[in-house]
Design a protein around this ligand. Structure first.
Ligand code: PBG
Length: 323
């Protein structure tokens, strides 16, 4: 007798019954870029379909996410170069661009989850996630600044603060500061295993946030390391992270699986700007079918173990999934 796995693939209804992974708009988070001004949507060359939006346009775009059943947005502010300094002082301003954006979003769309990024790079004149002192990114100088930034985001109404800076001890510093300020219900979505990746290029173009000197290899993880992810995971768990993220996504699917198998926390994956841009670029040339490759990419992240997927294709995917 010949064993025939193809029998289970014969009929579309049978394939639906035996399908192991389902992708849903419920899984998705849409990253958005916000800038000062009104009525603005300035294109980002390397991120087709995305733009730097003024707050009014941001609120409109977020309305599309709500209408399509996407539960959350992740916000990234484009800061005026004149406001940038070595300590990223503008990050905790109560009336800063990010803080006003969060307030506007929560007022217009209370049902939408607003996730804010905690790291200095959009605000730093050095383009680093922490404070640069001499040639070094100073970990412990950075922690209180990140904590103040997170508290200021919580005051504005952020539901989840997402430290993406990779300083040691930042989850604990942020948790303690949030609790002390009375924000015990604001969650920490930690970018737990964030790698020093070349796939962040389009994002840095969008924010004009590339490091002015050096690189991020002394704080972001070495792409060669997997075991080290478990060390970051256990630290973030013990410091009080509510969920952990692996970033980038597709090229780190093994890390998503590893983290999934070692934690009871929800796991997020970030399908980063470069991963999205590659699909768009190939589709523009007629080399790939964007819709199908996007859904397959996101499904792969889910199959690898991600519960939550950050993707620039969130609206496209939600539209496709709703048929
Ligand atoms: C900032 C931050 C980065 C991304 C998210 N938060 C860039 C970086 O670390 O340089 C990248 C996201 C993407 O490429 O889509 N700390």
């Amino acid at each position: 007798m010949l064993i025939r796995p193809r029998r289970n693939r014969r009929h579309p209804a049978l394939r639906r019954l035996v399908r192991e992974t389902q992708l849903s708009p419920d899984d998705l988070v849409l990253p958005l870029f916000v800038q000062e001004g009104e009525g603005l949507a300035s294109a980002i060359a390397s991120l087709p379909g995305h733009a730097r939006l003024s707050i009014d346009r941001l609120v409109e775009k977020a309305g599309e996410a709500v209408a399509l059943g996407v539960p959350g947005v992740a916000l990234f502010p484009v800061i005026d170069p004149a406001e940038k300094d070595p300590r990223g002082s503008a990050a905790a301003k109560p009336d800063g661009l990010l803080q006003r954006s969060v307030r506007a979003l929560k007022a217009a769309h209370p049902e939408l989850l607003v996730i804010t990024d905690v790291a200095l790079d959009p605000y730093s004149s050095d383009g680093h996630d922490g404070v640069l002192i001499g040639e070094r990114i100073d970990n412990d100088e950075t922690l209180p600044i990140l904590a103040a930034m997170a508290v200021s985001q919580a005051e504005a109404g952020a539901d989840v603060v997402a430290p993406s800076d990779m300083m040691d001890g930042r989850v604990l510093a942020i948790r303690e500061a949030l609790d002390a300020a009375g924000f015990t219900e604001v969650a920490i979505g930690s970018y737990c295993t964030k790698y020093a990746s070349a796939f962040y290029g389009p994002f840095r173009e969008a924010l004009d946030s590339a490091p002015r000197s050096g690189d991020k290899k002394t704080y972001q993880m070495d792409p060669a390391n997997a075991r080290e992810a478990l060390r970051e995971l256990s630290l973030d768990e013990s410091e009080g992270a509510d969920w952990v993220m692996v970033k980038p996504g597709l090229v780190y699917a093994d890390i998503i699986r590893l983290v999934r198998d070692h934690t009871a926390l929800p796991v997020a994956a970030y399908h980063v700007s470069g991963e999205y841009a590659m699909l768009r670029a190939a589709a523009e040339r007629g080399w790939l079918d964007y819709d199908r490759c996007l859904l397959e990419s996101l499904l792969s992240l889910k199959r690898a173990g991600a519960d939550v997927i950050f993707t620039y294709g969130a609206l496209d995917a939600a539209r496709l999934l709703r048929g």
